[in-house]
Design a protein around this ligand. Structure first.
Ligand SMILES: *Cc1c(COP(=O)(O)O)cnc(C)c1O
Length: 382
């Protein structure tokens, strides 16, 4: 039997409705053409499909269609936003503010910019994993050109106070980039109310295909293109648009939007069921925020248990551990370390992430498996 999939924060399976829609954009009978082909009907139809998806995404985040730039995913969107701002605005200042618990797709571009002479401040999160607006306020300098803070942390599920951070950045005239990869479909995102200048999105975290995403670029915000070649996407991202991928993203947005309320309630109940089932165990602690979190992610540490042994005895669950594979060695998660866990406890942590196809029965089984494994490892009767 396949293990129970509880790793939706790593990626989601595609919704069959999305796959079906995408399949209509591939072959000669379908909508296969190059959306940039202006001289025939095939091209116009592909363009119409791409623009329809653009409207769906724009409407969902309360943006204008002209503010959406298609990319290959959130990694590319983050690179475009961060390096694009640095290159365009670097003459005004060289200071960037971000946090220590951003995704590598933010940390690595920032590290790259440091090697090019930029100065980056990495804020340490609160114990619940959140970055406060007051921390940004303290870190702001006259030469700060960009603040990059994620909406929802992928390991902890905690939601940052983006609206407050956005308000502050807008007041100070500093651009705000938000990595929204874990937010879309999980918590409402409104780029206007949140005062966001740049927002990264990817489809495969909300039941769309891998390999497609977008960067919202607020009108009037100038960024330097990072991929040259043809000037697609209003000069911000060249390359032939993958119609099927974009149509898939649009359909995934549409479904997320129409089913958000029920899905949120259902996932919140599953998360509670899981936590209630586990909280009687000795040495258990919730990592992240109990109040400000998305419903699908629950990160828990199991004190007094060897992390590797725990993971090995949970072979029937597909979950993420607090360890990251770095070639040969297992490094403890830098996110868990940043909120104060020591190496041992970070290794003994598990991220359970639930989604559209997770059932109550699966959560029951997960509770049983984890309880049995932890008791056994602690040398108690199972
Ligand atoms: C998944 C993820 C990314 C990377 O997105 P890709 O589309 O896979 O490149 C970036 N940031 C966060 C927070 C993520 O969860």
């Amino acid at each position: 039997m396949n293990p129970i999939y509880l790793d939706y924060a790593a990626t989601t399976p595609m919704d069959p409705r999305v796959a079906e829609k995408m399949a209509t954009c591939l072959t000669l009978e379908g909508n296969f053409a190059n959306p940039a082909s202006r001289s025939h009907r095939y091209g116009w139809m592909a363009e119409e499909a791409v623009e329809s998806a653009r409207r769906q995404l724009a409407q969902y985040i309360n943006a204008d269609v002209r503010e959406i730039v298609w990319t290959s995913g959130a990694t590319e969107a983050n690179n475009l936003a961060i390096k694009g701002v640095a290159e365009q605005h670097g003459h005004k200042g060289k200071h960037i503010i971000t946090s220590t618990i951003e995704h590598k797709a933010v940390l690595d571009p920032c590290g790259y910019l440091q090697s090019k002479g930029f100065d980056v401040t990495y804020l340490t999160p609160q114990q619940d994993g959140r970055i406060l607006a007051s921390q940004i306020q303290e870190a702001l300098r006259d030469d700060t050109i960009l603040v990059s803070i994620m909406y929802v942390n992928n390991e902890l599920g905690c939601i940052n106070p983006i609206k407050e951070i956005g308000q502050l950045c807008r007041e100070k005239g500093v651009l705000l980039h938000v990595d929204g990869a874990q937010a879309i479909g999980k918590t409402p995102v409104d780029v206007q109310a949140d005062h966001i200048d740049l927002l990264s999105i990817c489809a495969h975290k909300f039941y769309g295909p891998k390999g497609v995403g977008a960067l919202f670029v607020k009108r009037g915000v100038k960024i330097a293109e990072q991929i040259h070649g043809g000037g697609h996407e209003r000069g911000m991202r060249s390359g032939t648009l993958p119609t099927h991928q974009i149509v898939g993203l649009g359909e995934a947005v549409f479904i997320a939007q129409s089913e958000f309320k029920e899905e949120e309630a259902r996932l919140s109940a599953l998360r509670e069921q899981l936590f209630n089932g586990l909280k009687e165990l000795d040495g258990i602690a919730l990592n992240g925020s109990a109040e400000n979190c998305v419903p699908g992610i629950l990160n828990i540490s199991f004190a007094g248990v060897d992390g590797e042994s725990l993971l090995l005895s949970l072979a029937n669950l597909a979950v993420s551990s607090g360890s990251a594979c770095n070639s040969a060695t297992m490094a403890p998660s830098y996110v868990l370390k940043a909120i104060g866990l020591d190496d041992t406890l970070a290794h003994a942590s598990i991220r359970f992430s639930m989604g559209r196809y997770t059932s109550e029965e699966e959560i029951n089984q997960a509770v049983t498996s984890v309880t049995t494994a932890v008791r056994k490892l602690k040398g108690m009767a199972a």
